[in-house]
Design a protein around this ligand. Structure first.
Ligand SMILES: Nc1ncnc2c1ncn2[C@@H]1O[C@H](COP(=O)(O)OP(=O)(O)OP(=O)(O)O)[C@@H](O)[C@H]1O
Length: 272
């Protein structure tokens, strides 16, 4: 029987379509065998979405993000950004990683944020400086403009990485478990800041996590992927929840529902 994923999302046809992932299968060739990371995954991200890819370890979340980033070519299917096929990395898709060492250690915080703007060569020196300062202020680190990365905490480094990505004003921000290596309290605070930034600036994010709780807090839409190889199990509307709902009955019921979906075996049963 053909597996039918559960779709529980409003049709937002009046909101511009940004990213269209169509039947994407991703494979890796290793010396021993071929690994299929995802199988015929489809989803659409619209302007302003906080779109979360959620699934167990190895289901291909990071690989999907890399493919959207243009670092990995689909074996089948295609990825369109603003109607154009993605075939290489570009400044319209900026990535934030989990690792704390993604900043250039020999540049100051401000220098790190201004650096991609300099490489892109679209702004003059003064505009670059102003843009970098603006986003640094937005992540609450204006006082640390001249500090070097090794003097910052993990959370501060992630804030700088987020400011650096945002300063490029990408069409979509690609975030690969950006808070997973942080302690629980800092992680919570970063989630709150992420939502406050989204309210303040407005951006579109494709966010990878394997935490159900984080997916519900961060996401406006959640794509639930099955274990390896990743297939779409469901797409859910999470826009009614944020950090203030955590612990509430609705939040917990939603969390349980996603948990059951993730650990259910055949997709047909999850839908029934
Ligand atoms: N460069 C690679 N070469 C070979 N296999 C790979 C490569 N990158 C990923 N894979 C395999 O593809 C599958 C999906 O990996 P991926 O890292 O995308 O999953 P994930 O859902 O992001 O996992 P995690 O949450 O643990 O990071 C895994 O089986 C992984 O071993």
């Amino acid at each position: 029987m053909t597996a039918v994923p559960l779709l529980d999302v409003p049709l937002l046809l009046d909101v511009p379509l940004l990213l269209d992932v169509q039947d994407v299968t991703l494979r890796f060739a290793t010396p021993e065998r071929q690994v299929t990371a995802t199988s015929r995954v489809s989803f659409q991200v619209r302007d302003g979405d906080r779109f979360v890819l959620l699934g167990p370890s190895g289901c291909g979340k990071s690989s999907l993000l890399k493919a959207v980033g243009g670092f990995l070519k689909p074996a089948e299917g295609q990825i369109l950004l603003n109607g154009r096929a993605v075939d290489r990395p570009g400044p319209d898709r900026m990535m934030v990683f989990q690792e704390f060492d993604q900043l250039l250690p020999w540049k100051t915080v401000l220098g790190n944020i201004a650096f991609p703007l300099k490489v892109a060569a679209s702004l003059g020196r003064r505009e670059r400086q102003e843009r970098a300062e603006y986003y640094l202020e937005k992540v609450g680190l204006a006082r640390f403009a001249h500090a070097y990365p090794h003097t910052l905490s993990g959370g501060m480094k992630q804030r700088v990485a987020i400011a650096r990505a945002m300063a490029m004003k990408p069409d979509i921000l690609l975030m690969d478990e950006p808070y997973a290596a942080l302690d629980a309290l800092t992680r919570r605070r970063m989630q709150e800041e992420f939502l406050a930034l989204w309210d303040d600036i407005g951006f579109t994010a494709l966010f990878v996590t394997h935490s159900i709780e984080e997916a519900i807090i961060i996401g406006s839409r959640i794509l639930v992927l099955s274990p390896h190889p990743g297939r779409v199990r469901a797409e859910l509307d999470a826009s009614r929840f944020d950090q203030h709902h955590q612990g509430g009955a609705d939040f917990q019921a939603f969390q349980r529902c996603i948990h059951d979906m993730l650990f259910a075996e055949p997709i047909e049963e999850a839908v029934a």
